[in-house]
Each structure stands twice: as C-alpha cells, then as structure tokens.
Design a protein around this ligand. Sequence first.
Ligand code: NAP
Ligand code: MG
Length: 500
Amino acid sequence: MDANVHALIEHYGVTANTMRFLDQPKRMFINGQFIDRNHELANVEDPSTGGCITQVPLGTTQDVDEAVAAAHHAMTEGEWSTFTPRDREQVLRRIAELIRENAQTLAEIESLDSGKAISGCKNVDINVGANTFEYFAGWATKIQGATRQTSFPVECTTYTRKEPVGVVGAIVPWNWPFAMAVWKLAAPLAVGCAVVLKPAELTSLSMLYLMELCVKAGLPKGAINIITGKGSTIGNHLVSHPGVSKVSFTGSTPVGKTVGAAAIQNVSHMTLELGGKSPMIAFEDADIDAVAASTLNSVYFNAGQVCSAGSRLYVHRSRYEEGIEKVKAVAQSIKLAPCLDPSGTMGPVISASQRNSIMGFIEKGKAEGARLVTGGNIVEERGYFIEPTLFADCTNDMTIVQEEIFGPVLVMIPFDTEEEALTLANDSIFGLAASIWTQDISRAHRLIPKLQAGSVWVNIHDPGDPSMPFGGIKQSGIGNDLGPEQLEHFLETKGVWIKV
Ligand code: NAP
Ligand code: MG
C-alpha cells in the first residue's frame, strides 16, 4: 500500500476487517473458491490520493471458460440445481443480512476503491445492495406460468412453464461498483440462474469481499463466479461465450454496442443499461429552491458519475436568472474531501483519465461560448478532484449539452413554452430519465407520455427502489434492471401441450 493511502486510512480510521481484507492477496472467485494461479497483477488506485491500495489479478480467457463451465455445472448438476425456491429465498435473505452486518467495512472498501464520499456510500450504495437482495428473495417463491384454454380441435391440456434462461454473463462499470453488480446478481439467482460477473477493472474490491459473505451465507459453489481484469479481453470473451445464454451489461453506449453485437452472434438474450444525458425541466410554477437543492443528488452526487444524472437543466425564462443563482449557491456549498472524510459531500472522480476527459469537456464548453458560472477547475492537490461546475446560456447544439460528460458539470438553458421545453428535452440520442418540476398536475400528465425516457420523475430526480424498473430507451439501452420486469429477462417461457 502506498504511503499516502496509508496516511489517509490512519487519519480517518477503518475497521480491522477492512484492513484485513486490503492486506490479504486478492483472488478471483470461481466454483466456490478463491483461486490462486500466479496471475499477472494490476494496481488498484485510490482516487483520493492517486496511490496504490492493493493489487488484483488480471484474469485470462481460460479463467472465463472455467467460470462459465462452473456456472453451467451449478445450474444443471451441482447443489445449486437442487435448491428449491424457498432455499433460494433463504440464501438471498442471508446474503442481505450479512451485507447489513458488514455495511461499514463494505462502505470503506467501496469508498477507497472508487473515491465515493463515505457519507453516501453506506447509506446509498451498500443499502441499495441489501435492499435488492431482499426484494428478489421474495420473488424466488413467486415465479409462475399459466394454464391456457386453446381452440385447437384436439383436446389438450396446455400451460406455460417459466424456466431459468441459463448461464448469465454480467459486466458492470466503475461508478456504482457494488450496487450495479448486485442489480445483476439478485434477480437471476432468485430464478435459479448462475452468474459469471466481471467488475470494472478499476473497481473489483467490493465484489471480492461480497464473495466472502456469499460463502458464509451458504450459497452453493458456481452460483456466482467473479472474474477480474480487462473488458477488452476477458469481458469480450465472456459476452461472446457460447456457454452464456444471457448477457447483462451496464456501461457506456459505445461499449454496449460492441457487447450487443457479440451477444447476437450466439443469439443470446441481452440487457444493455447504457449512458444518458437526462433533462430536468423547471416550469414557471416550479419550486426553484427544491430544483436547486436536488442538483446535490441529481448531478453533483458521486461527482456526477451517475448514468441518470440530471445533467441538462431547462428553466422557464421567467425563473432562469433566479435558478442560476440558486444552483450556483448549492454548487458552491459542496465540500470536496478525500473519500473517507465523513464531512465530505463530494469525492474525486475515478481516475486521471476521467479527470482529463471531464476537463476537456469544460474547455470545449468555454470555447463554444457557454457562460461558466462557477467551478471549472481541477483542485490542485493529490487525487482527481474537480470543482462542481455550472454552465449557463448553453444551446442544444453544444457538445456539453449533447454528450455524456460523466462528471460534476451541469448545463442550464432557458425556454419560453412547454412545447419548446419538450422539444429541447427530447433532442438527444439518449433516453434514460427525465424530471419535470411544476405544480400543475395536468401539465405533468401531458408531458409524461411525450418525454422520451425510461423513467420520468415529477418534482424529484432519481428516486429509487428495487420494485421499480430502471432502464433506458433510444441509445440508453434495451431492457430493465429491477422490478418484476427484470425477472422476465432471466426466464424462458416454455409452451406445453398434453393430448388428453
Ligand atoms: P465502459 O467503459 O463501457 O465499461 C463498462 C464495463 O464494460 C467495464 O467492466 C469494462 O471493463 C467492460 N468492457 C469494456 N470493453 C468491453 C468489451 N469489449 N467487451 C465486454 N466488456 C467490456 O463504462 P464505464 O466507463 O466503466 O462506466 C461509465 C458508463 O456506464 C457511463 O456511460 C454510464 O452512463 C454507464 N452506466 C449506465 C447505467 C445504467 O443503468 N444505464 C448505470 C451506471 C453506469 P474495463 O473496466 O476493464 O474497461
Ligand atoms: Mg472504462
């Protein structure tokens, strides 16, 4: 461990369990075991200092083959295949309990690995993981087909059976390493699938810790396998694997297109959860203080590295200058701090390359004529900190309005009519989410069907619960995570005819 990371940990303190985990060698988890094979290792960086925390193995295509075979065996012949729905419910509940018991350690590991402010990490990320396992535990005993009454001339008993789709290959990004991975695990396990999951190369640690908890919970071997390493090699091999029946991907739109093209070669099922550039629309009757306050969660949370970030704010011209002043005050109130500082409200962005990419967008915004209201600078200390940034007087043709920046950067644009607001909001290749801010319930209902987005929120941005589906339309994706809708993605429907 680098001296700067050590100093950070000494200063803020972490649990003995976190230290034990960080100090021990990291291993991939295949067929119920942490495997040790002299893999090449990659440094894991703490974005708050840029120092090395630990190392993770770089998996190979053979590891992927082995993990897929273990998952297949688990589903067909292993102990996992003998689990009744109630057994699956109980093991998922036990995993959720262990996540809650280990929430502090998990939050510390996640925070150090990703740079997330520890304050939000335990309450949001880790809590979302436990809630998601609990929610899908309840579904394990409620999977059902249907009987049908046909008009076929020969009398038959006809019914449908819901069967697990097969081995799931899951790939997740670095912005919500724990929560996004759990979104990929809980639903397929509930219906009896087995999963091979590849975390982002930058953020594998919380998944490796979760595997310790899964062993304690009694999850049968092969039900979950975690392979660590590079997307371009093992990620690509996993999504192209003929033994994988369902590809479940969360990440950027460009990589998602490659993944989808690979999956279709095997005619695998696929869910793609991709990028976004989600609008917030504040009308003349909006509670503008609430709009401004919501930017803390909508666009500045997690240093803006949120797929559903409300990163475009359209405000009615009559409230526009007032809106700018209020959002500016919120942006300036944010406390940038190293991840483990409990008083910090924003940590660093994930890496030097992400910081450079965000700064490139900020420069582009200035060059294209947007008005920089606040922020826009790198905070010149160790680590990858960028000031919460607000641009006003933007137009929809600007790069910073069209492209996903994935950083703490908000753009504001005035509008005059409801029709204009709708046109501007829908003028995007993305369609992940949108929020409407108004006191006029009729206007909200008029706009909900017309907004091109997988989720629409009124007078709130980015609420979440495992019972509500989350997914994108247009280039933001195909299919949903969460809710009963997600379960369907892991089930095949078999039609059965029995001549009477
Ligand atoms: P990314 O670059 O697309 O990477 C996502 C994952 O794909 C990583 O695990 C990556 O591995 C892997 N990967 C890369 N190339 C691959 C290939 N050829 N085949 C298979 N896997 C491959 O995305 P990111 O930069 O990590 O995350 C940010 C993006 O995720 C943003 O666009 C954000 O909007 C999106 N996101 C969407 C949602 C949603 O629900 N819609 C949620 C969260 C994030 P490596 O780490 O090794 O590159
Ligand atoms: Mg990446």
